[in-house]
Write a protein of this length. Structure first.
Length: 317
């Protein structure tokens, strides 16, 4: 069955490539109509092509083009109310003869809404009724019994995605714009999450002059694996981590360590960030510096600590 599956995939891929070769300048008018649309793009279908229409509508919506899906049969029973005169309709039917879909076309005509047809039959009733026709035809021998919609639905889906991306380009839609529609996704988090959204504000703090033993106790209670050191003016003077502690214990006599002052051991030349930084920029600094935490400062004053674990939990990494 492995070879059979490979063969089927190649058939569907070849069908897409064949349709791509048949695209001509008429497709530019389709993009023009969609670009000029002042309302929403209404994807209409039923059955298998209905599922394809729903997915294409979702692609339009996520790339900055207002879009909804209309089930052709439901449209006959009241759902046509979602269609406005400012809209554009994309009707999908490979045969172009779906009775339910053909039944709603007169309403679109009455509303004066442009109709774009995705069909494999260029002489079908749908193609004749549409203002613009997108050729999605495939060799029927590529589908089982010439009846099971596989390559044909794949081609319609690919065509819808390609047109959505072309419209995205026409609108100069950027990754920042894309993130606005995906605030919960990885891209959205990388664009919107700031350091101040993720930092720990209750940082373990000691002052210059503190004994190491007290600093270690403070670090343990803080549960961040570090302690920050402030000077007499409450400015950030340094940072001391559990890694620093282990290294000191390895190179010094264990009994002598706890009599040392924190300023003798802290890192004064430390990396830091500001609250308004993007979390992804702070992550990049941490990765490049091979550190797990960053002091967050404003004008030398400590605002908090950003830990790698917070970035991981938020999905920024």
């Amino acid at each position: 069955m492995k070879d059979f599956i490979k063969q089927e995939l190649k058939k569907e891929a070849d069908s897409i490539l064949q349709v791509a070769e048949r695209i001509d300048d008429k497709i530019e008018k389709v993009i023009d109509v969609l670009f000029a649309c002042k309302g929403k793009v209404v994807l209409v279908g039923i059955g298998k092509t209905g599922h394809i229409a729903r997915k294409i509508s979702a692609t339009f919506a996520s790339t900055g083009t207002s879009s909804v899906f209309l089930h052709a049969a439901e449209g006959l029973h009241g759902d046509l109310g979602i269609v406005d005169k400012k809209d554009v309709v994309i009707a999908i039917s490979y045969s172009g003869g779906s009775s339910e879909l053909l039944s709603v076309l007169p309403y679109f005509k009455f509303m004066g809404v442009p109709i774009i047809a995705f069909t494999g039959k260029l002489d079908s009733a749908l193609a004749k009724a549409a203002d613009f026709v997108v050729d999605c035809g495939v060799d029927e021998s590529t589908e089982q019994f010439g009846l099971v919609p596989t390559a044909s639905t794949t081609v319609c889906l690919a065509m819808g995605d390609a047109i959505a991306v072309a419209l995205l380009k026409r609108k100069n839609f950027s990754v920042d714009d894309f993130a606005k529609f995906h605030p919960g996704g990885t891209i959205g988090k990388r664009i919107f999450l700031k350091v101040e959204d993720l930092m720990c504000k209750n940082s373990p703090v000691v002052r210059v002059g503190t004994d190491l033993q007290e600093a270690v106790l403070t670090m343990s209670s803080g549960k961040l694996g570090c302690v920050v050191v402030l000077d007499s003016d409450e400015n950030l003077a340094g940072i001391f981590t559990d890694g620093d502690l282990r290294r000191e214990l390895q190179r010094r006599d264990f009994k002598d360590c706890y009599h040392l002052k924190i300023e003798d051991l802290m890192t004064s030349d430390f990396r830091k960030c500001e609250p308004n930084w993007l979390a992804v920029d702070a992550l990049r600094l941490m990765e490049n510096s091979k550190i797990m935490m960053l002091p967050v400062v404003t004008g030398g004053k400590l605002r908090g600590i950003l830990h790698m674990h917070a970035l991981l939990e938020a999905g920024v990494v």
